[in-house]
Ligand binder design. Structure first.
Ligand code: NAD
Length: 487
């Protein structure tokens, strides 16, 4: 597990892999064994500026290509992403503990590049004859240099979700990976090189928020920035954009997603799906249903069945195909989750888990940052664990009596990313679909269920803007009005 020799950890700038200009690196430790698995190059201010300059220089030629000519590179990259599935899953298991048994990200990324290989032609304006004496129209044009800043929880998915539409629209890109999971982005850069993209079109740098993330956010040559990550960082990026060049910013942020369970639901589906939502990726999912509200008439039955299913996870080495519950991504995440578990114990009733470690793990996983599936009941709505994002396998289950009460509790959150309702009553389902304050409402299903061609994003503090097939392209296009006076 400690082998570092084949892992690419350099910066990919202007079509070349380079070491950081000041020689600085940072270690990636396996969250399973705590061993250092890679030393990753940290982009300096000079490196970040060089990446932006390379993207700027590559922009005129790239934006002049037809969507089909850009798409050719995407198709090659998609094929390479599919071929390299095993390597990607190994790298993510090593860096952030994602079980290889649950890895699909390279396939998802490949299909995103496949989609945008064709979708560039959707960049179209409108025409209007509504002003007498004029023929008016709009152009949709790329911004120029786009920055993408991504998190660590499903990095390759976000890599593709941002890079593919930005490039398809004719922009060039600087992507900064997360300091917790930079290895798959660097690996993707090796495939970008193999696919033959012109130098500078995609630049991939690694580093922390300080230095490279902050520089990209306030860079005068970056005209648009797409970010996925925490609300805290989203606010910093928005402020940096406002203080610099008012670059166009898209923010996909955190969540505290409710799932509401009525007593007329399909109980087995509701239990299995809400459990999967909070357990997948060890609860490190923005849209995980971390608050469950069950109708009081079903509460005992639901809680018992939920606990039974949630307790059944198979923790272990994420590289082992039998493991379905990996460690938290690093010591910081582990400590944060435990801080919330301690708070949860003082505000509600611990009904499952809550222990410091997961017993019975074999060497070397017993040193890993594993958190057991944890359930709290009867937690006051204003408790910190009901309000803040925990990002771990920790769920609060509370009860409600009436529809009004369920809606009020579900909406009593600063977040609004995703909400779910389980009921067989179509009228009630539609009342909830309308009333819930969330960018996505799922009926008789829950996260991570999404639809690729439906807009994804947050109400309230969960974000600004929407992503998805048919939606993301517009995030990377300026609209220009052209007025033509006709005599
Ligand atoms: P984070 O905000 O800590 O980091 C995200 C990225 O921002 C990293 O690349 C980091 O280096 C960078 N960054 C940090 N400080 C910065 C700064 N000052 N300027 C510019 N960049 C900076 O988030 P995280 O811990 O990596 O990810 C978890 C969070 O992401 C959770 O809140 C989760 O809900 C959210 N998330 C949201 C979605 C969504 O689609 N809405 C999806 C996945 C994750």
């Amino acid at each position: 597990m400690g082998s570092t020799d084949k892992i690419e950890t350099r910066l990919f700038i202007n079509g070349k892999f380079v070491e950081s200009s000041d020689g600085k690196t940072f270690p990636i430790r396996s969250p399973t064994s705590r061993e250092v698995v890679a030393e990753v190059h940290e982009a300096s201010e000079k490196d970040t500026d060089a990446a932006v300059a390379a993207a700027k220089a590559a922009f005129p030629a790239w934006s002049a290509l037809s969507p089909a000519d850009r798409g050719m590179y995407f198709k090659r990259l998609a094929a390479l992403l599919v071929e390299s599935g095993e390597e990607f899953s190994r790298l993510e298991a090593l860096s952030m503990g994602r079980p290889v048994s649950t890895y699909f990200d390279n396939q998802a990324a490949a299909s995103t590049f496949e989609h945008y290989a064709e979708a560039g032609y959707e960049a179209q304006g409108v025409s209007s004859l509504n002003t007498p004496g004029f023929v008016n129209m709009t152009f949709k044009q790329p911004y120029g240099v786009v920055a993408a800043i991504i998190p660590w929880n499903v990095p390759l998915v976000f890599f593709a979700n941002k890079v593919a539409p930005a490039l398809a629209a004719g922009n060039t890109v600087v992507l900064k990976s997360s300091e917790k999971a930079p290895l798959t982005s660097a690996k993707a850069a090796t495939l970008i090189e193999k696919a033959g993209f012109p130098p500078g079109v995609i630049n991939v740098i690694s580093g922390h928020g300080q230095t490279s993330g902050a520089i990209l956010s306030s860079h005068m040559d970056v005209r648009a920035l797409s970010f996925t990550g925490s609300c805290r960082t989203g606010r910093l990026i928005q402020a940096a954009a406002a203080k610099s060049n008012l670059k166009h910013v898209v923010l996909e942020l955190g969540g505290k997603s409710p799932a509401i369970i009525f007593d007329d639901c399909d109980l087995e589906d509701a239990v299995n799906e809400t459990k999967h939502s909070i357990q997948f990726n060890s609860g490190q999912v923005c849209m995980a249903n971390s608050r469950i509200y069950v109708q009081d008439t079903l509460a005992n039955k639901f809680v018992e069945a939920f606990k039974e299913q949630f307790a059944k996870v198979t923790p272990g080495d994420p590289l082992d195909a039998n493991t379905n519950h990996g460690p938290q991504a690093d010591s910081v995440q582990y400590d944060t989750v435990h801080k919330y578990i301690a708070a949860g114990k003082s505000s509600g009733k611990l009904a499952l888990g809550g222990t410091q470690d997961v017993p019975g793990l074999p060497e070397p996983t017993q040193h890993g940052y594993f958190v057991p599936p944890t359930v709290f009941l009867h937690t006051p709505e204003d408790a910190v664990v009901m309000k803040e994002e925990i990002f771990g396998p920790v769920v609060n289950i509370n009860t409600f009596k009436t529809e009004e009460e369920a809606i009020a509790k579900a909406n009593d959150s600063e977040f609004g990313l995703y909400a779910a309702v389980y009921t067989k009553d179509i009228n009630r389902a539609m009342r909830f679909a309308k009333a819930l304050e969330a960018g996505t409402v799922a009926v008789n299903c829950t996260s991570p269920t999404t639809a690729r061609d439906m807009p994804f994003g947050g109400f309230k503090s969960s974000g600004v803007g929407r992503e998805g097939f048919g939606h993301s392209l517009n995030n990377f296009l300026e609209t220009k009005t052209v007025l033509i006076k006709v005599k």
